[in-house]
Design a protein around this ligand. Structure first.
Ligand code: GDP
Ligand code: CA
Length: 342
């Protein structure tokens, strides 16, 4: 089966790891039952990765969501801290701070910097970001294919209230708002640069068009999924694909599970609520993005109204705490997609 997932960093990584695990389990169960080789029935997973958080810093190109997925799938991520590499050191970052290069509040780990240097070197040689992404993935057996949503630099900028000039506003890169200000400065608007000339990266439209199921990971609806579908051509590909499009709610019981996505939702006037995010995405039959929507059991009372509004909805446990719970979430999404295909 061909599965295409749209994803951001943390929620995206947890979901895609769960999906890989679930497919392995289903594959071996199937192989055992039919006496065939599991590899012969191999599934193909393509992950279209948000590039809105990307930035140039200290002379190198950072692609935080891509690297989060890369490290998590390779098993070299720092699971405790929730970002970056396991066993990381920060000697170079300390030195950069002395030079006054980069952002003192944005630590670049030494191992992580190795990735950024490799990426930047290849970009300098003329490779595109998606070609660079392909090279980075060759190092490990990820079991899925990661593709940046676009090769164009569409970095997200945030217009916020100006902390130094009451009543005024100022613009800053998304990473400054998110990491330095912890999303606490009220956001007025999010803008992706260069969107007018951005195109989906090679393979993205094909992966959506040729999929048996498309899944929107439980990622930030505004600055992860929102950025991906804002790239001209991607929303259209979602509208046209014959595959069912299923979304997994990143909101449980009226709160974000991890992170500060609520600050992004309120900036665009969407309530931090599983059903409100579903309505924001909208039913494909009515010009929206999704056919089906998974909410957590805590939000089961929203299912009937969502079904009445033209979405296939289902409640299930959506906390991804470990391989078993993450695989179960992915399995429920696959089952909802299968139900929609029939
Ligand atoms: P980022 O790029 O690192 O911000 O990560 P994403 O955009 O992929 O995902 C952020 C979203 O993931 C947040 O809104 C969280 O609520 C959601 N999330 C994180 N962990 C879980 C989980 O275990 N279950 C669900 N349903 N959502 C989660
Ligand atoms: Ca992100």
């Amino acid at each position: 089966m061909k599965i295409t997932v749209l994803a951001g960093g943390v929620g995206g990584s947890r979901f895609v790891r769960g999906l890989r695990e679930e497919l392995r389990r289903r594959g071996s169960a199937h192989a055992e039952a039919s006496g065939t080789d599991a590899a012969a029935t191999a599934d193909e997973v393509t992950v279209v990765v948000n590039t809105g958080d990307d930035l140039w810093l200290a002379g190198v190109r950072l692609m935080p969501d891509f690297d989060s997925l890369l490290y998590a799938l390779a098993g070299v991520n720092d699971a405790e801290r929730g970002w970056g590499r396991a066993g990381e050191t920060e000697r170079v970052s300390a030195e950069l701070r002395e030079w006054g290069v980069g952002w003192p509040w944005f630590t670049l780990g030494d191992l992580d910097l190795g990735t950024h240097l490799a990426r930047t070197a290849w970009l300098r040689e003329g490779l595109t970001p998606s070609q660079v992404g392909e090279r980075l993935q060759r190092r490990w057996e990820l079991g899925v294919r990661l593709v940046p949503a676009t090769d164009t630099e569409v970095d997200t900028w945030v217009e916020t209230a100006d902390p130094d000039a009451p009543g005024g506003s100022r613009e800053m890169h998304f990473q400054e708002w998110w990491t330095k200000h912890r999303a606490a400065l009220p956001a007025i608007a999010f803008t992706q640069r260069n969107l007018d000339r951005a195109r989906p990266a090679p393979g993205v439209v094909e992966a959506i068009a040729g999929a048996d199921a498309v899944i929107l990971a439980p990622s930030n609806p505004v600055v992860s999924i929102g950025t991906i579908v804002a790239i001209p051509g991607i929303r259209e590909a979602l509208a046209e694909t014959a595959a069912p499009v299923v979304g997994v709610s990143p909101i449980i019981g009226g709160a974000v599970v991890r992170g500060m996505a609520d600050a992004c939702l309120s900036a665009i006037g969407v309530e931090t609520d599983a059903a409100a995010v579903a309505r924001h995405y909208g039913a494909r039959a009515q010009g929206g993005l999704i056919d089906g929507w998974l909410v957590d059991d805590a939000d089961a009372s929203a299912v009937a109204a969502l079904e009445a509004s033209g979405l296939a909805a289902k409640a299930a446990p959506l906390w991804m705490r470990d391989p078993d719970s993450s695989a179960a979430v992915a399995g429920t999404a696959l089952d909802l997609a299968a139900r929609l295909r029939d």
